[in-house]
Design a protein around this ligand. Structure first.
Ligand code: AHR
Length: 515
């Protein structure tokens, strides 16, 4: 057990922690859309226009801020024209990336936009660069966002939607270094400028264009994009072809990449933590590259795929990427969110992969039964950070660590934000064995009350099933004590805790949205 001291200045607001750091991702992959979100109108499972009701309710419970769709690798095979019009006459296609299954296109643009409306979430659409055309992407934008007599607006009306939708987030390609076309960075940078040119803002709908970015730590990819992304020549009216660049990073095991989600050793646990922590270094280094070309921070960094990637559950299709989700996954999510908060000045969006039944999912379906995963609960417990002002946590003592080969793995992480009349502190104790205590000196405020919740279970391998849906679920926590301006929290081994402090004042916040 260690005892750490920390200082938080309640009256010094940092950058806004965008709610979009808590974004999601739903691909046509395995049972994410079909058999997950989409059951069809004729299903015996309760649904609204084919979209499963319990999933909508659960995702509303975590205030899902945005949803990325239709991929992933699938996006670069997807031709949106095939997914509109009467369902029975939509053509089929083969989903070659994910199991060679036949996709009937029953879940298309209208169904996705309906899902977003039911969730109260912002759509983030990933356009096809790999096997699509500039015209196809331009027409999709027109179909979605333009009113009046344009040909695509007319087609949309014929398909039952008179008014255009509002779509802000627009992805130009996905993993164009790999499944999205196996391109080289400089080539894609030019191609992205070309696609971006024809993705127009129609009728006051302003697109926020996100260029497909690097694989993990390929900083040269980010450099290729940043070098070519804007014309700064005139100095008076800088123009950017994109508003953001993305990158993807998944946590697995180093050599055996996909170990079991629920059957792992303490050593493998440490290895997964060491790999998960790499995300913070990557965010910082991609940001450093961006700083060179964009010192004013106008271009956002987007981590639009992140999460754990384990072996599929035994007996399931290896290309469906269906994995269980244990307490370990929740702690890794807690670690990621702290890294996101600390880098909120540049990182404006992140999307966990994926929403239902795929990779580090929020929700698992078992026929008509829905199970919330431990990761879901971290999203729910951290909801108060959405659009709050970051409060820097200054640690006065060294964080406890453990050594994994040549890597030093921090075992405790904590961040804080302030909003309205309260502050929210998150703490993750990654230590498999030991409890740790943190004493926060709360300066610049007069905290008047405290309440806390904990996500904990007997073992790191604990997970939720239809038989034990709440094996890992948040409970009230009495280990946080406030005495005047001193908050002391003893956080048990392998736990995630949130502490809500009543600050009795309207907190300072950078009220402007970051994008
Ligand atoms: O999320 C699963 C896949 O991982 C996505 O389709 C792809 O973009 C990434 O490689």
């Amino acid at each position: 057990m260690s005892h750490l001291r920390a200082v938080i200045n309640l009256d010094v607001a940092g950058p806004t922690v965008s709610r979009h750091l808590y974004g999601h991702f739903a691909e046509h992959l395995g049972r994410c859309i079909y058999g997950g979100i989409w059951v069809g109108e004729g299903s015996g499972i309760p649904n609204v226009r084919g979209i499963r009701t319990d999933i909508v309710e659960a995702l509303r419970g975590i205030a899902t801020p945005n949803l990325r769709w239709p991929g992933g690798c699938f996006a670069d095979e997807y031709h949106w024209h095939d997914g509109v019009g009467p369902r029975e006459s939509r053509p089929s296609m083969v989903n070659t990336h994910w199991g060679n299954v036949v996709e009937n296109n029953h879940f298309g643009t209208h169904e996705f936009m309906d899902l977003c409306a039911q969730l109260g979430t912002e759509p983030y659409i990933s356009g096809n660069v790999g096997s699509g055309t500039v015209r196809e992407m331009a027409e999709w934008v027109e179909y979605l966002t333009r009113s009046g007599k344009a040909p695509m607006s007319k087609l949309r009306r014929e398909n039952g939607r008179p008014d255009p939708w509002r779509v802000k987030f627009w992805g130009i390609g996905n993993e164009t270094w790999g499944c999205g076309g196996n391109m080289r960075g400089d080539y894609f940078a030019d191609l992205a400028r070309q696609y971006s040119t024809y993705c127009r803002n129609h009728d006051g709908n302003v697109l926020y264009k996100i260029a497909s970015g690097a694989r993990s730590d390929d900083y040269s990819w980010t450099q290729s994009l940043m070098q070519t992304m804007g014309d700064y020549g005139c100095g008076c009216n800088p123009k950017h072809y994109f508003d953001a660049v993305s990158f993807h990073y998944y946590t697995g095991l180093t050599n055996r990449k996909h170990g079991s989600a629920t059957d792992f050793t303490t050593d493998e646990y440490l290895e997964s933590l060491a790999n998960a922590w790499r995300v913070e270094t990557m965010i910082e280094r991609h940001s450093n590259v961006m700083d060179v070309y964009d010192p004013d921070g106008r271009i956002g960094l987007v981590l639009d795929e992140w999460g754990t990637w384990w072996a599929v559950e035994p007996g399931t299709n290896p290309r469906f990427l269906y994995q269980q989700n244990a307490l370990r996954d929740a702690l890794i999510a807690g670690l990621h969110f702290d890294a996101f908060h600390r880098n909120a000045q540049r990182l404006i969006m992140a999307n966990i992969a994926q929403t239902v039944n795929v990779l580090q999912a929020m929700l698992l379906t078992f026929d008509d039964v829905l199970v919330k995963t431990p990761t879901y609960h971290v999203f729910e417990m951290n909801k108060g950070h959405h659009d709050a002002a970051r409060l820097d946590v200054h640690l006065l003592d060294a964080t406890p660590t453990e050594q994994y080969n040549d890597r030093t793995v921090p075992l405790v992480t904590t961040t804080a934000t302030a909003k309205e009349d309260h502050a929210l502190i998150s703490l993750t104790n990654l230590d498999a064995e030991a409890d740790h205590t943190i004493t926060y000196n709360l300066r610049g405020g007069d905290p008047s009350g405290v309440s806390a919740r904990i996500l904990h279970a007997d073992s790191l391998q604990s997970h939720n099933t239809p038989e034990r849906p709440d094996a890992v679920a948040p409970t009230t926590f009495d280990g946080a004590n406030l005495s005047q301006n001193t908050l002391t929290v003893t956080i048990p081994a392998h736990s995630f805790v949130t502490v809500r402090l009543a600050t009795g004042r309207s907190n300072p916040s950078e009220s402007e949205e970051q994008q």
